[in-house]
Structures are given as structure tokens and as C-alpha cells.
Design a protein around this ligand. Structure first.
Ligand SMILES: [Zn+2]
Ligand SMILES: [Zn+2]
Length: 693
């Protein structure tokens, strides 16, 4: 009788937050020899869950009988590569998450759900459709094919990227300078070398236009997109095409940084400064920072592109860690728009159309209208008015569940909280004193639109914001109306400032940009500058109109240095002054930060947890070199009846901060579990490199 097949032990990562305090993986036994990276299905409690083999252990020699068996291995798929596992392992460690949670969360949801039989069916279906696709004629994709004439800056950048040297490049190009063409050229070299290209963009809205440019250039290659807007089936199909190496180009939002790509040769992060690259819940990772790590890990070139790079990336380039590639000119010699400020201190308070639109700006809009050109007005606040106010008793439309005002939406006559969604009909009279004369205070996009219609009756006014684009396809429809010239004046939030290529807009105006100048968050000026530069870039994209294009700023602080730098389109001067301030204040990129956040029904409970956490940290030797600040409420301290508190940790050494966090987390888990006083804490989380504090 032959010996029974010896079983082996495998360590499997599963998504099991309740095991968070335990080992990063759980042991199972397996009759099959399973390679690390194999996706399996294993029993967990009474459930059957997906897992990833993280290590293939020794042959089972007694004592392992208590281990449960692996139910099934998805052997039709190549195991996830060691580089992929290392990326995920690094992300889990750096952002202080459980390995299994991280590893499973970044796989397509559908892949976590299906078994081997279902997978086989999907793969068969996928093969059929690909055979059909392969029979279609493919266009030429030789490097340089269909490429337009390039500027000196572009040629130099393309030359630097030709060899796809494993390095991080910061592509600093003003809007309209042709960054995309540089991406395309670098991608063509990677594809010609048989490698795959990963392109990250900040928002789903921006994927279609980039997708069509890549698709037009690389018709012979498979291009897939990966973002949360896909159906589960589409997302699995894209993921499989990347994992199996058929997709030459993977284009996606931040989650695509974890795409499994066996032949990765180039990573592009477009608009690298955009806050959307930072995940804001669960594992709070930065896809931009992970891109740099992944590039180093896999020895591939990483291109970070922006007109207004993040100060972190800019500083890395200053230090020589990143190679800077500059595109200082707009393609076709189109000039950047002239920046003009309207000093609101000098404007009469009863200007036509209300104080939101100054007389000089209205005149400029009329001029555009007469010439048949388009204008874009930027106001980063949707709704009609941010608050309703009673002059008799000082009542304001506060949200009963949040530390925020409910916004007045005139169209459907509601008071709506933008944080918890609480919505009510607008009261006919003041709910406190019965006064019938309650007034909207301040201005949102709806009100601006209304004022424009009154002030410019002959103009066709449109509005694009989260309210006007709620339905599927509505954003596309509105954008194409702008492109078709059916809109004369477009009102919009920051949604319209990003990326969209409006050919006929010659005037962009920021109606009330001052808020970012004095906000408590130290990154607010950086964000405001980026937003205004980006908005300015929407004007004069057509070279024939560039000479007459203008960016207007209505401001109470016309001499502010931020506006001065904007006037000269001088990002590097702005960056230098901001970095100087950050250096003096010991803020990133000259220090590393982490936040411990806690949420509870009462601020006292959340605060007590943070204070106990601080005591626990103080007892650790790793606290050396790390400063802990007292718990404070964040700017929005209550949402949906939940109180939030946060505590800042700061260190001049990233490594020291990482050491403390690693040692501290088990203590925090124990604190919540073992100490009755902290059971009422609803949620707590560590945010490493937080984007807002
Ligand atoms: Zn009142
Ligand atoms: Zn609310």
C-alpha cells in the first residue's frame, strides 16, 4: 500500500478584522503543494472565505491534525507574484493595517466571492471574447507613430524616459504643455519592449478622455480600466487581463496601484498632487506614494506629472531624489492667461447682481458674450446659500446631527446637510421666533447661476456641480453642451477645474477664493494654489484665443503673496516660500505626521480613549523622538450624531514614527478590548501621512 500523500502547512491571509490582534495569517493544511500567492478558499468559523497563501510551510508532522484543510485552490490563476505580495505587505505595515485585510481588500470583490468552477467559467468566456477581439485588424503602434510635433521640453523629457531607467521622475508641466504626449511616448517605449504600463488618474471622470487618447495611439494593444465605477464583472475582467499579462495598458484610479501586472515596465501618476490619491477610509494608503515604492521594488520608471506638484514631491526633486523634467511652455506657443485681481474692498456693496459679482467682472463677461466666447466661473460651494439666517432672533439653519450648517437648496426648497444627508423642507417662518423674513446668507453655485441669469439675460448659463450631475451620464451631457458651444457662461465647483479640455473658454473667474488663504489646515494654501492654477489652465487652450484669455480673482486680499505668485504663474516661487514656512514650523515634508482618530457618541468618551492611548505610548521606549499632541476636535467635529476627536503625532524621523506606531497598535487594540471604559468608542483608526489635520 502506497504512503498517503504528506500534507503541508500553509499560512493563509484572510480578511478577518476580528483576528487583527492575532498573527497576520492563519495556518491551514493542504494536500496539494500550494505556491505562495495562490488564491484559495478556506473555512473561517462557519464561513467559507477567500484567502491568499502567504507562505508554504513545512510538511505536516503530527500536531497539525487540529488544522482545518484548505477547501479549494484557484489553480487556474498564476499565483500573485512575490513583488505584489511585498507591495501589499509594505502597505499593510506602513499604514498600520492587518495584512489579510489589506491583501484581500485590494483584490476585485468578485474574485473574493467566486470558487474554482465559477472562475473557470469566467476565464472560458473571457477567452472567447478575446479570440474575437484578436481577429480585428490592429493599427500600427510603433514608437512615435501618429505623434504630433513636440516642444523642446517634451523632446527632452521623452529622451530622459526612453530607457525606462528605474527612477522616479517629476514631470512638471504647466497646463496645456503636453504632459499626456510625454506619457504616451514613454508608454510606447515600454510596450515596444514587451512591458505593461500602469497609468493612475485622480478621478473616474478623467479616465474616459485619457483612455481614448491611449486607445487611439495603441490600437494594437489591449487597454483596460480599473476603478470603482465598473460593475463587479467588468472589474474582474480588467483585473484578470492585467494579471494574465494581456493588458498592455492599465488605466485607473488609486485602487489600480495594486493591480497585479507581471510585466510592469512603467508607472505614470497624472495630477500627482491630487488629494484623491489618498484613500480616506479603511486602509488610508496613498497611491502616489505606493507608486514610488512599487517602482523602486520592481525596478521600473515612475513618472509623477503635475502643473502644481505636491510640496512633498517638489522637495524630493530639490533634494535630487526625484529627477525633474520641466515643460515650461504651452503647446502651440499659447500664452498662459493673464491673471487679474478685483479688489473687493473697492467695490460698492450694492453692485449689480448682488455683491457676488463685481461690476468689472460683469463687464468682462459681457465682452466675452459679445465676441461669442465662453466663460467659466468657479465657486467651490454648491447649493443656493450655505446657511439660512433669521435677523430677528439670530437662528441659523444648523444641522441637528452635525457641527455644520444645512445648506439652502432653492430648486427643491430644502435645507440639506452635506455631511449626513439630513434634509427638510425649508420652513416658511423662523422655527424659533416665527419671523417670516428668513434670509439666505452667502452664496452657492445655484445662487450665482440665478444672479448671472438676471445680470446677463441674453447669456445661456449652465451649472456643473455634484447636484447637477447626480444622474448617470449627466456630467457627460453637460460637458458636451459646453464643448458644443451651447453654454456661454458655465458656473461650477472644483469638478470643472480639473482636466477638462474646454477649447472655447477665454475667461475663468474665481468668485470667492479667499477661504483657502486663512484656513486652519497647513495644506490649504497649497490646495488653493493648485486649484486656481488648474482653473486658470482651462482658459485659452485654443492657441488662437490664448492671447486674450484671462483669469480673474475676486478677493479681499489682493496683495496676498499667493495671488502674486499666481499672477506670474510662478509655481517654483510659491513652492519655495511654502517650503520655507513648513521648514520653520517643522511640518511635512520636513517631518512625518500620523493621526489617531476616535469616534464615539460623546466627545468625552473619544477624548478619554485618546488620552489613555497617549499614556500607553508614553510607556513605550519607541516614543523617543516622537511628539504627541493633546486630543483636539477636527474642523468637522460631529457628523451624524457621532463625535470625533483626533490626536496628532509628529516626528522628524519617519522611521521613528513607524517604530512607535508598530509598537503602539497592539496596545491600542488591547485598550479597546480589555478596558470597559473604552468599549463605547465606536471606531478608531490611525492615519499615516494624513492629508488634512
Ligand atoms: Zn427667528
Ligand atoms: Zn448633518
Amino acid at each position: 500500500m502506497p504512503d498517503p500523500v504528506p500534507e503541508s502547512i500553509v499560512g493563509v491571509c484572510v480578511e478577518a478584522p476580528q483576528h487583527a490582534a492575532l498573527a497576520p495569517w492563519l495556518d491551514y493544511r493542504s494536500e496539494q503543494l500550494l505556491m505562495p500567492g495562490t488564491i484559495v478558499r478556506v473555512p473561517l468559523g462557519k464561513r467559507d472565505v477567500a484567502g491568499i497563501v502567504w507562505y508554504a510551510g513545512a510538511t505536516l508532522a503530527g500536531g497539525g491534525a487540529a488544522l482545518r484543510p484548505v477547501r479549494q485552490a484557484l489553480c487556474a490563476l498564476e499565483p500573485l507574484s512575490q513583488a505584489w505580495r511585498q507591495l501589499v505587505g509594505f502597505a499593510a505595515g506602513y499604514y498600520q493595517r492587518h495584512l489579510g485585510e489589506m491583501a484581500l481588500a485590494v483584490l476585485p470583490p468578485e474574485l473574493r466571492r467566486i470558487d474554482a468552477t465559477q472562475l473557470a467559467r469566467r476565464l472560458a468566456r473571457k477567452r472567447t471574447s478575446e479570440t474575437f477581439a484578436a481577429s480585428q485588424p490592429a493599427a500600427s503602434d510603433a514608437p512615435g507613430a501618429q505623434a504630433p510635433d513636440m516642444s523642446d521640453g517634451q523632446l527632452a523629457a521623452v529622451e530622459a524616459l526612453r530607457t525606462l531607467a528605474p527612477a522616479t521622475f517629476l514631470l512638471h508641466g504647466v497646463t496645456g504643455s503636453g504632459k499626456t504626449e510625454v506619457y504616451l511616448q514613454a508608454a510606447s517605449h515600454a510596450l515596444a519592449a514587451g512591458r505593461q504600463v500602469l497609468v493612475l488618474v485622480p478621478e473616474i471622470n478623467l479616465t474616459p478622455q485619457l483612455e481614448s487618447r491611449f486607445a487611439a495611439r495603441f490600437a494594437g494593444h489591449r487597454l483596460v480600466s480599473l476603478h470603482s465605477g465598473l460593475t463587479p464583472a467588468q472589474r474582474l475582467r480588467s483585473w484578470l487581463a492585467a494579471h494574465q499579462g494581456q493588458a498592455g495598458v492599465v488605466l485607473g484610479t488609486r485602487l489600480a496601484i495594486f493591480a497585479s501586472m507581471p510585466r510592469l515596465g512603467l508607472i505614470v501618476v497624472d495630477e500627482e498632487h491630487d488629494p484623491s490619491f489618498k484613500q480616506q477610509e479603511g486602509a488610508r494608503y496613498s497611491a502616489r506614494d505606493l507608486a514610488v515604492y512599487r517602482g523602486r521594488l520592481e525596478g521600473v520608471a515612475v513618472v509623477l506629472g503635475s502643473a502644481t506638484p505636491s510640496l512633498e514631491s517638489w522637495q524630493r526633486a530639490e533634494e535630487g531624489a526625484y529627477r525633474r523634467l520641466a515643460l515650461p511652455e504651452r503647446i502651440g506657443a499659447g500664452a498662459l492667461p493673464r491673471v487679474r485681481t478685483v479688489d473687493m474692498n473697492l467695490q460698492p456693496r450694492d453692485a449689480p447682481g448682488g455683491s457676488g459679482l463685481s461690476a468689472p467682472l460683469l463687464d468682462a463677461l459681457r465682452e466675452r458674450l459679445a465676441r461669442g466666447e465662453q466663460s467659466l466661473l468657479l465657486l467651490n460651494r454648491r447649493g443656493y446659500a450655505p446657511v439660512l439666517h433669521c435677523g430677528a432672533c439670530a437662528w441659523k439653519s444648523a444641522c441637528p446631527h452635525c457641527s455644520a450648517w444645512r445648506v439652502f437648496h432653492k430648486r427643491d426648497r430644502t435645507l440639506r446637510c452635506h455631511h449626513c444627508g439630513f434634509s427638510q423642507r425649508v420652513p416658511k417662518a423662523c422655527p424659533e421666533c416665527g419671523n417670516l423674513d428668513i434670509q439666505p446668507v452667502g452664496r452657492g453655485t445655484e445662487r450665482l447661476e440665478e444672479q448671472l441669469v438676471q445680470a446677463l439675460p441674453e447669456a445661456r448659463v449652465g451649472r456643473i456641480d455634484a447636484d447637477s450631475t447626480r444622474g448617470k451620464g449627466m456630467l457627460e451631457a453637460q460637458l458636451s453642451a459646453v464643448h458644443a458651444g451651447e453654454i456661454d457662461v458655465l458656473v461650477g465647483t472644483q469638478m470643472v477645474a480639473k482636466g477638462h479640455d474646454f477649447r472655447r473658454i477665454t475667461l475663468v473667474a474665481a468668485i470667492n477664493p479667499d477661504g483657502g488663504l486663512f484656513a486652519s489646515d497647513f495644506r490649504a494654501p497649497e490646495r488653493l494654489f493648485a486649484l486656481l492654477m488648474q482653473a486658470a489652465g482651462r482658459a485659452g487652450r485654443d492657441a488662437s484665443q490664448a492671447a486674450s484669455s484671462e483669469m480673474w480673482l475676486q478677493t479681499w486680499h489682493p496683495r496676498h503673496p499667493l495671488y502674486a505668485a499666481l499672477r506670474t504663474h510662478d509655481y517654483s516661487e510659491f513652492a519655495a516660500s511654502q517650503l520655507q514656512e513648513r521648514r520653520m514650523a517643522g511640518l511635512p515634508p520636513f517631518s512625518s505626521l500620523a493621526l489617531l482618530r476616535a469616534e464615539a457618541r460623546s466627545a468625552e468618551v473619544a477624548t478619554a480613549f485618546l488620552q489613555a492611548a497617549a499614556v500607553a505610548a508614553a510607556a513605550l521606549p519607541e516614543v523617543q523622538g516622537v511628539s504627541l499632541y493633546p486630543p483636539v476636535p477636527p474642523p468637522l467635529s460631529r457628523v451624524a450624531d457621532v463625535e470625533r476627536m483626533q490626536m496628532l503625532l509628529e516626528s522628524g524621523s519617519r522611521a521613528a514614527l513607524q517604530r512607535l506606531l508598530a509598537a503602539w497598535l497592539p496596545a491600542l487594540q488591547a485598550l479597546r478590548k480589555d478596558d470597559k471604559a473604552h468599549r463605547a468608542v465606536l471606531r478608531w483608526a490611525v492615519d499615516v501621512d494624513p492629508l488634512s489635520i
